[in-house]
Design a protein around this ligand. Structure first.
Ligand code: SAM
Length: 257
């Protein structure tokens, strides 16, 4: 399994970050293949123009359909690849999307600039993804985030095959607290249980910490999640404890299922 990505961008030089660290290694090993198509190469005028003023007036410049649609056709001539547009109007990117895109394995990512895309470019893509509810100057940083989050799920890209399943969001929960050496740092000790050697108890402690942390920081993640019987039991105990701490008042958030 590998990830093949073509990035349609006016600024391919921004992607040098992909050559660093584990992604650079993944490219050397052929687990990740990235290439670029620049819409500016599909312009016909002397100034290599890719944008123009919006019809109807208004500020800024809109990306013209011609160079972008030609670039998409160059990247995906047979219309077989999964085309993703980076835009603040898209679905907010989440771990489940990274998993889904890793399974597809063959992507074209389209990055905008300026005031964004002529609407007819949107009609040429399969989905629109946003990095979050804020506006960037261009889609390149968002595309980098999508490539990084997706490529690290390709088997073999991370040294340790276990880690993507354990971490935050992989199971719909935030990760439990992690510790490494030293055992005591400036008077603060690592929880005793982590040195106990009781694998089952450590697993239970970690699950409880994950549930606690998610309940405190991101109760929204728990709203539509299915719980195992063990998770439900722990969650009920945490909720009971919270009710007692708040003197029996309601309003603790989290699931009631
Ligand atoms: C300045 S933005 C244009 C925003 C556009 N006028 C709008 O309101 O939707 C320029 C480009 O940056 C990219 N971009 C900006 N914010 C983004 C975000 N949150 N997620 C993904 N891409 C984003 C898109 O490719 C967009 O076409």
């Amino acid at each position: 399994m590998k990830l093949r990505v073509t990035i349609v961008t006016l600024f391919p030089e921004l992607f040098s970050a992909l050559e660093v660290g584990l992604l650079g290694k993944a490219m050397e090993r052929g687990q990740l293949e990235v290439d670029f198509v620049n819409p500016r190469d599909f312009t016909t005028d002397k100034h290599r123009t890719v944008d123009d003023a919006p019809y109807g007036g208004g500020s800024g410049m809109v990306l013209m359909p011609g160079p972008y649609v030609d670039a998409l056709e160059k990247a995906d001539p047979d219309r077989t690849r999964h085309r993703v547009m980076l835009t603040p109007q898209g679905k907010r990117f989440a771990q489940a999307d990274a998993q889904r895109l890793a399974e597809r394995g063959d992507l074209v990512l389209v990055c905008g600039r300026y005031e964004g895309f002529d609407e007819r470019i949107r009609e040429e893509v399969d989905e629109e993804i946003s990095l979050g509810d804020f506006v960037l100057l261009g889609g390149e940083v968002a595309a980098l985030a999508v490539v990084e989050a997706t490529a690290r799920l390709v088997p073999g890209v991370l040294g340790n095959e276990q880690s993507p399943e354990e971490e935050s969001h992989a199971r719909g929960l935030l990760e439990y607290p992690q510790y490494t050496r030293p055992w005591v740092f400036r008077g603060r000790e690592v929880p005793e249980i982590l040195r106990s050697g009781h694998h089952e108890q450590i697993a239970r402690w970690r699950l409880e910490q994950s549930l606690r942390r998610t309940l405190e920081r991101r109760p929204d993640l728990l709203e539509n999640r299915e719980f195992s019987p063990a998770e439900r039991k722990i969650l009920e105990a945490i909720q009971k404890e919270r009710r007692e701490d708040s003197g029996g008042e309601a309003g603790e958030g989290g699931p009631n299922r």
